[in-house]
Write a protein that binds this ligand. Structure first.
Ligand SMILES: [Zn+2]
Length: 300
């Protein structure tokens, strides 16, 4: 996928379909029902993009078995939305995208969430490892009523924990609370115990820290950021939180608890692909959508 929005894959449905077929089946089209390579393209005008499997006799298109399967949205719009979401540093609101794509807000909103599903790590292997530093930090988001004079009470705050390998990947979670047991469960299933764990002095980290090769703590209140010549800090995670608060929650004004994990997925995905180009990132997001089925169903 190129970065050029004038690319015909974003405007011409046949070109978009060809692009997705080449991307999904680089070594020849194979049947998503039985895996056979013995397939042929159907010729009728109403059968554009349709294949027939000569072995199992099932029909399929490039959408079959992907998150696009139940969608009536043209593939060129899916491609455009995937590209725009992957390329935008701060994220794009469904409202913004719906205007750009000329689609209803509701359809765009569902499309955005499906694309986020494609951004989940394909292989969520533990992060960190020997001689890696993994920072853990927690923050609270939401909770501010827009208009305090009229709001009856502040909306609920949500705790989010981020685990970030200074030189590698990041995983963020919506957690029920920041108690030791809750945080430990996420940390030990996400971070390799061979890592150097770096946290603040929250008591919840004390015990779990002992399970790791090393545990460094930063005392925020004492403003002790430069401990050990600058090695002991949680600035990577903190910096990501302030960016997240500004970008994600500035772009998407109200994020419900149910959908929060998908925004976190998008946020991690952008960090984890920070060293590749926008075009490569978009291609990766697209690849993710191909291997996944919908885990929830919308009206479109
Ligand atoms: Zn087949």
């Amino acid at each position: 996928m190129t970065c050029d929005l004038a690319n015909p894959i974003f405007t011409d449905e046949a070109k978009a379909t060809e692009h997705m077929e080449a991307d999904r089946w680089p070594n020849g089209v194979n049947c998503p029902h039985c895996g056979s390579l013995n397939v042929h393209k159907m010729a009728g005008k109403t059968q554009a993009g349709m294949f027939l499997c000569n072995d199992c006799r099932e029909k399929f298109t490039v959408r079959t078995g992907t998150i696009f399967a139940r969608s009536h949205i043209p593939l060129r719009k899916w491609l455009m939305a995937t590209y725009l979401m992957a390329a935008s540093k701060k994220g794009m609101s469904a409202l913004q995208l719906s205007r750009m794509l000329g689609m209803s807000y509701e359809s765009t909103w569902f499309m955005c969430h499906r694309i986020r599903e494609g951004m989940k790590p394909a292989d969520p292997a533990p992060i960190g490892g020997r001689s890696s530093v993994v920072e853990a930090d927690e923050t609270f988001i939401g909770g501010k009523a827009k208009n305090r004079a009229y709001a009856k009470k502040d909306p609920k705050k949500h705790a989010v924990m981020t685990l970030v390998d200074r030189d590698g990947e990041s995983r963020s979670f919506h957690v029920a609370n920041v108690k030791a047991k809750t945080l430990r469960e996420k940390i030990v299933t996400t971070v390799s115990r061979k890592s150097y764990l770096m946290t603040d002095e929250l008591a919840s980290y004390e015990k779990v820290g002992k399970e790791f090769a090393n545990h460094g703590t930063v005392n925020h209140s004492a403003n002790q950021f430069a401990k050990l010549g600058g090695f002991v800090h949680t600035n990577t995670a903190e910096c990501r939180f302030s960016l997240m608060k500004r970008a994600v929650f500035g772009t998407h004004h109200s994020i419900s608890e149910a959908h929060l994990p998908r925004y976190l997925t998008e946020w991690d995905f952008k960090w984890n692909t920070r060293n590749i180009t926008d075009g490569e990132r978009a291609a990766l997001a697209l690849k993710g959508t191909e291997g996944r089925r919908l885990t929830y169903h919308g009206p479109h």
